[in-house]
Design a protein around this ligand. Sequence first.
Ligand code: HAM
Length: 420
Amino acid sequence: MINIPRGTQDILPGETKKWQFIESRLEELMKLYNYQEIRTPIFESTDLFARGVGDSTDVVQKEMYNFKDKGDRDLTLRPEGTAAVVRSYIEKKMQGQANQPVKLYYVGPMFRYERKQKGRYRQFTQFGVEAIGSEDPSIDAEVLAMVVHIYESFGLKNLKLVINSIGDIDSRQEYNQALVEHFEPVIDDFCQDCQSRLHTNPMRILDCKVDRDKEAVKTAPRITDYLNEESQAYYNQVKAHLDDLNIRYEEDPNLVRGLDYYTHTAFELMIDDPDYDGAITTLCGGGRYNGLLQLLDGPDQTGIGFALSIERLLMALEQEGIELVEEDPLDLFVVTMGDDADRYAVRLLNDLRKQGISVDKDYLNRKIKAQMKQADRLNARYTVVIGDQELEQQRIAIKDMQSGESEDIALDQIAEFFTK
Ligand code: HAM
């Protein structure tokens, strides 16, 4: 037997209904905020992520599914959506479009070779949003409001929005220098990853899973003390908008995010429940990326966005006991007696389906009683039994499965029965 690859999952009927429900709810919300869908390839040039996401990040160093195609090109299964959307924005010259900023959303599989645990998969489905072409704090606020709105619209309550500013590139440079000076004397006590991060990406030491409880992490300099005037002013304006919108948030100066392109606003939406029985509490993450477009040889434009995985959203819903989808009953089950009736039923089903009625029949030559059981299992709202007599008289009894009552109608009036 060949098994499913580690870290992936089959989403079976029943579960897929929940996914469809979530995806269509997200689409409806996107209309309210005027974001439009973009679809980019599942694989891209490896360079895009190496440059965009950052050579020294865990994603690029350890987690990418890289391969060569038969033309010897270096390709990667996308580990995230932002770099690809920005690539498309640049390539399709979207800065020239009349409607600015360009507000986009996407849904699709992402791939990261990560250690499997609850809420962490090697193939997962991100829903993400990118607003490109504005550097106005009110668009940051719009994106943050949207994140909260999304989760609340599914009925989730135990949530907290955590925000930070990691400043502009100048602020970050000064801050990185301070971090290097702070960690250098004690770096030998840190894990191998942190030791190599010290000079390439010192901010990542702050959210290392291995070293997070070390004293030096707790006493490390804070980015908020290194924000220059402009960065501080931007951050204050974003927070003022959040206050106007009555959006509650916590500030965490150690929230640095795992991808290199972030500047200014960074945020995560987390589960706020001490009894939560999953190791992972981050449901969604994002932030502003002011340097990314130019880094990818694009125009002088900036963006902000976030992504969430549907897997973790489902996990949170399950934890709070929220049922998403109601039973979706079949309109009609046609029970047949004999070959003529069965042959007639094939045509009948075909006609009814074209008139928008969901209908099914037996395909296993079951006895009547077993066919009735099947109708029950499928949760059919109505059943009819067709035999020689019904064919001859061209009349049938249509039975309401809930009340048990039957109504006598003409065989060719079933569709009318449903429309009435
Ligand atoms: P990220 O924090 O790497 O950011 O991922 C965003 C979200 O994707 C996470 O909060 C989580 O819900 C989900 N996720 C990530 N890895 C996994 C996994 N292995 N299994 C299940 N879910 C996962 C980004 O990807 C950025 N592109 C977000 C962004 C958009 N920033 C700006 N625009």
